[in-house]
Design a protein around this ligand. Structure first.
Ligand code: BG6
Length: 481
């Protein structure tokens, strides 16, 4: 089976990887030129990148004719006539890797657009990773090296020659003024991502986890690939709507506390296997960003997760595809589509576990649930009947409303009302841990519980979804603040 970017050890020394990176593309299809001036770290980063992608690495310096090496060692800049035969060899190596399906990372300065075009003519699927740094950063790096035939004096001439990647060229620039392994992690994440509009950026976020940052005309947001976890959303001209714990973990395989955890394929603890992760494996899994677009200022991101060896070994061993569409604008749209790829019927639970920020939970009222039956998770069965008024909060609250599709209207006491409109969802969860439970949670500040309320769009318990083979179901929520 071909290697994918799903499980990468970015550190060839075998130490723990500083970042979890993931993608759904077969890495053997990648043809990558790591470009930049001398001192930018092309060879080191190129080799690490190739290692992370599990494909071969080649240093284009080794393809230079001897006459070029002598010139450079003597402090003489190469002319274009010196470079054409060399660039032909670079293009040919990439083209061969493409034809053989082995994938290849080449470190090659490729400073001018015409050089890159020469490479692209030979190997049209190449993507360029430009290691970009200021004169100061580059100068310090070059001076610190003794193993290279490029004297630091050539740096200025190289920088004068350098033409940054233009937006119509395939590739991206990565800032080298960060730890080398972070440069590699960012490169891997961006190679894995689809072409991104200017309003969307991939970056290395907290705890070294890859994150998608959105700055659209109508709103901004942040989504971690781990769990496709929305950790922030602010409509333009407004204030942040989602709550995040100041003590949240940001670590591979640890749940993030706040934002919108995605619960799938079970909710809460799994009865059949109490050791299985709470709220399912999806919120801990590395999702892939498969589409990103900007439609009149609304940014649409699509994330994808499918079954893995690990999920197939879990208490929910089914084959599935999950597509999660996050629309960032004046409203936040969240839509989770599950397709049953198994040859048997499958049943699952799901929740968009939305943490809303509120000034003070004591002043919050939630309407939309009046008179509806609910399961009090603190008291246990039987289901209870809600009274006729809006829900208010004066103690730990953990309720699942079943069989309802009404909008939730959250008035936070400051005049702001957040409305959550849903489709394909029959359950709603209201949760606030209050003081004692919050104090018992390591990733929840002792005093933070007054500032949040979870209003979750879900299909759980008797509202769980059952799909025939090949069938899909979409659950969605649109949040307006
Ligand atoms: C809510 C549940 O949805 O999530 C609560 O109803 C649970 O019972 C809460 O405590 C937080 O869950 P976790 O697994 O993120 O701590």
């Amino acid at each position: 089976m071909s290697a994918t970017l799903q499980s990468l050890n970015l550190d060839p020394t075998g130490r723990a990887a500083p970042a979890q990176v993931s993608a759904g593309i077969p890495t053997e299809a990648l043809q990558v030129v790591v470009m930049g001036v001398s001192g930018s770290g092309k060879s080191t980063i190129g080799a690490l990148l190739a290692h992370a992608l599990e494909i071969p690495f080649l240093d284009a310096d080794g393809l230079h004719p001897q006459s070029n090496i002598v010139k450079m060692a003597g402090g003489l800049p190469l002319t274009d006539d010196d470079r054409w035969p060399w660039l032909e060899l670079v293009g040919a190596a990439l083209a061969d890797a493409g034809a053989e399906g082995t994938g290849l990372v080449i470190a090659c300065s490729a400073l001018k657009r015409v050089y890159r075009e020469a490479i692209l003519r030979a190997a049209p699927n190449v993507r360029f990773v430009h290691l970009s740094g200021s004169l100061e950063v580059l100068g310090n790096r070059v001076e610190g090296r003794s193993d290279h035939f490029m004297p630091p004096a050539l740096l200025r001439s190289q920088l004068a020659t350098l033409e940054d990647l233009h937006t119509d060229e395939p590739g991206f620039a990565v800032d080298i003024d960060q730890p080398v392994l972070d440069v590699v992690a960012e490169s891997v994440a961006r190679l894995a991502a689809p072409a991104l509009p200017a309003s969307v950026r991939m970056a290395v976020g907290r705890g070294g986890l890859p994150v998608v940052r959105v700055h659209g005309a109508n709103g901004s947001a942040e989504v971690y690939l781990q769990g496709a976890h929305v950790t922030g959303w602010t409509p333009s001209g407004g204030s942040p709507v989602l709550w995040m714990s100041a003590l949240s973990d940001f670590a591979p395989g640890r749940p993030i506390r706040g934002g919108v955890p995605l619960c799938f394929p079970w909710f809460g603890a799994l009865e059949a296997d109490p050791s299985a992760p709470g709220h399912g494996f999806a919120r801990l899994a590395p999702w892939h960003l498969v589409e990103a677009g900007d439609e009149a200022g609304d940014v649409v991101l699509v994330f994808r997760l499918t079954d893995s060896e690990e999920s197939r070994a879990s208490a929910w061993p089914h084959r599935f595809e999950a597509l999660y569409t996050v629309t960032v604008g004046a409203r936040l749209g969240l839509a989770l589509t599950i397709t049953n790829l198994d040859n048997t019927e499958v049943t699952y639970e799901e929740a968009l576990h939305t943490y809303l920020g509120v000034p003070d939970i004591h002043d919050v009222t939630v309407s939309g649930f009046e008179g509806l039956p609910y399961l009090d998770r603190l008291a246990g069965p039987p289901e209870q009947e809600a009274d006729g008024g809006p829900v208010t909060f004066s103690a730990e609250t953990d309720r699942i409303y079943l069989g309802t599709s009404t909008d939730a209207r959250v008035s936070d006491g400051s005049g702001r009302t957040v409305v959550i409109t849903t489709a394909g969802s029959a359950s709603r969860v209201l949760w606030n841990p209050w003081s004692t439970k919050a104090a018992a949670m390591a990733d929840f500040g002792d005093a933070e519980w007054t500032g949040m309320l979870c209003v979750e769009t879900a299909n759980v318990r008797r509202d769980a979804i059952t799909l025939a083979p090949g069938q899909s179901h979409t659950m969605s929520a649109v949040i307006t603040a």
